[in-house]
Design a protein around this ligand. Structure first.
Ligand code: GLA
Length: 483
């Protein structure tokens, strides 16, 4: 069994030598890209509202070698997975850029990263830095790369294994072409590039995952804000274990799953636009685009006034498209064309019961306050109250945003009754993992209860199969080179 970083490096070297013996492997660099666990602030990043995740010590480690022939070759360390290869020239040849592999193929995360970076260039004489990338300059991507990677991030579990691969692949192309990315500003700029890159695979995500993966620091949580993107470290050095438990319900990025996620994003966008319209009509306030723009500083109105305004906007019954269109002074056709399209250009299917604008807006508005409060609580070291906010967050994800599932509800209930200070789903939901805060003294009993009550009694897993579904994570360093 592979254990130490040295073992992993050795194995990556071996696999690369076996696959591509003529490459200058000794010139390669090792890059690590972590998964993330969101502590609080779920499904609000795509509204430009702040979130509070950690990068964790489950990660992808890769060996990357620059190659001059402008191609990309990538392989998993595990030889059961086929390696992939494509040419950077394809991007220039085809108007739509790189042609994706079939839906769900892991290679699409590599292509997503490369496709996005290739849309930028540097101007003559500019320093080769991520912050100088723009459109309309000279070519910068002279080299491609070969990469072999291995991952300990559970897949389809809500820990961002795919974003870790996207970030990793951008770093590989940057490394291969000597473009620097390690300063704070460079990393923030890169997080934004990586966020856009993921639209290639069809999810209209916010920027939490990529930013957490790039901005993570040992022993710190990160408060990530958007518009403009920013990251503030919050020391997380409490005597508390951050325990991740997989519900065993996989949440793979199938078309149905992407539709379910994107539906929330569309509902929130429409809700934000309706509030913006009211602010414009009643108060002459312009330039509100996302729910995250509805702030005292952007509107000139106090928080209590904003709270009062938004409470009255939506009725609880779901909305049909013609009502939304009339509230926005648009035709239904315009609303459909502008806001309800899938990545492939097809029409997003209108949910039969209508769009749940009240419920989604309510979740986002309250969850945002919980993030702000959590930041203060963590700074003060009040981890107990923070735990209760995690519980509230889960309830809101379940009841208003409807992104939980019966198994996650059961798992978090059991976790709370087993002594967790707080327990909630983490990530996109619809399955995947729960995160719980547990006092070290309670950890053994907590784990026992989950093994017995959740995995044993409810999921019918025996101990050996259940044990690897529970693990403790630590706030860890963001993506970058490792020596
Ligand atoms: C996924 C997305 C993120 C975020 C979470 C939910 O992980 O990639 O941008 O929206 O879901 O909080």
């Amino acid at each position: 069994m592979i254990k130490t970083t040295e073992d992993i490096k050795e194995a990556l070297h071996g696999r690369m030598r076996a696959l591509w013996p003529s490459l200058p492997i000794r010139s390669g660099v090792f890059i690590s890209s972590p998964g993330r666990v969101n502590l609080i602030g779920e499904h609000i990043d795509y509204n430009n509202c702040p979130v509070l995740p950690i990068a964790v010590d489950k990660r992808i480690v890769a060996l990357v070698v620059a190659i001059p022939e402008r191609s990309v070759k990538v392989a998993d360390l595990d030889p059961r997975y086929e390696s992939i290869e494509f040419s950077l020239e394809e991007y220039e040849r085809l108007p739509e850029g790189l042609v994706p592999f079939k839906t769900g193929h892991w290679g699409n995360y590599i292509k997503a990263a490369v496709n996005e970076l290739l849309s930028y260039s540097l101007k003559e004489g500019q320093e080769r830095s991520v912050t100088n990338l723009s459109t309309g300059g000279d070519h910068v991507w002279e080299c491609g790369f070969a990469m072999v990677f291995t991952s300990t991030i559970p897949q389809a579990a809500g820990m961002s294994s795919s974003s870790a691969l996207v970030v990793l692949s951008t770093l590989a192309l940057l490394e291969a072409n000597d473009v620097s990315y390690s300063s704070f500003e460079q990393r923030l700029a890169l997080a934004d590039i990586c966020r856009r890159a993921e639209w290639y695979v069809g999810t209209k995500g916010g920027g939490m995952d990529q930013a957490a993966i790039l901005m993570g620091k040992n022993r710190n949580a990160i408060k990530i804000s958007f518009n403009p993107i920013d990251a503030v470290l919050i020391p997380f050095e409490y005597d508390i274990a951050v325990v991740v438990a997989h519900s065993t319900v996989e949440a793979p990025k199938t078309r149905e799953m992407m539709d379910a996620y994107n539906r929330r994003s569309i509902e929130c966008t429409l809700a934000g636009l309706i509030v913006a319209k009211i602010l414009q009509n009643r108060y002459d306030i312009e330039h509100i685009r996302y729910i995250g723009d509805i702030t005292p500083s952007k509107t000139g109105l106090e928080q209590s006034v904003l709270d009062a305004i938004v409470t009255d906007v939506f009725h609880e019954e779901p909305y049909q498209i013609d009502e939304i269109a009339s509230l926005l002074d648009m035709s239904t056709d315009q609303v459909n064309r502008r806001y309800c399209k899938r990545k492939d250009g097809t029409q997003f299917p209108m949910p039969i019961e209508g769009f749940k604008l009240y419920q989604r807006f309510y979740h986002v508005w309250k969850e945002w306050r919980r993030v702000e409060r959590s930041e203060q609580l963590l700074i003060q070291g009040d981890i107990e109250t923070f735990g209760t906010l995690m519980n509230d967050s889960h309830a809101s994800c379940r009841d208003y945003h409807e992104v939980s599932c019966p198994e996650l509800d059961m798992l978090t209930d059991i976790a709370r009754s087993a002594g967790a200070l707080g327990s909630r789903l983490t990530g996109a939901g619809f399955g995947g993992c729960a995160v719980s805060l547990v006092r070290p003294n309670d950890l053994a009993a907590f784990t026992e209860t989950l093994l017995h009550d959740y995995y044993g009694r409810n999921m019918r897993l025996d101990r050996a199969n259940a044990e690897h579904h529970i693990f403790v994570v630590h706030p860890s360093q963001g993506a970058g080179r490792i020596e």
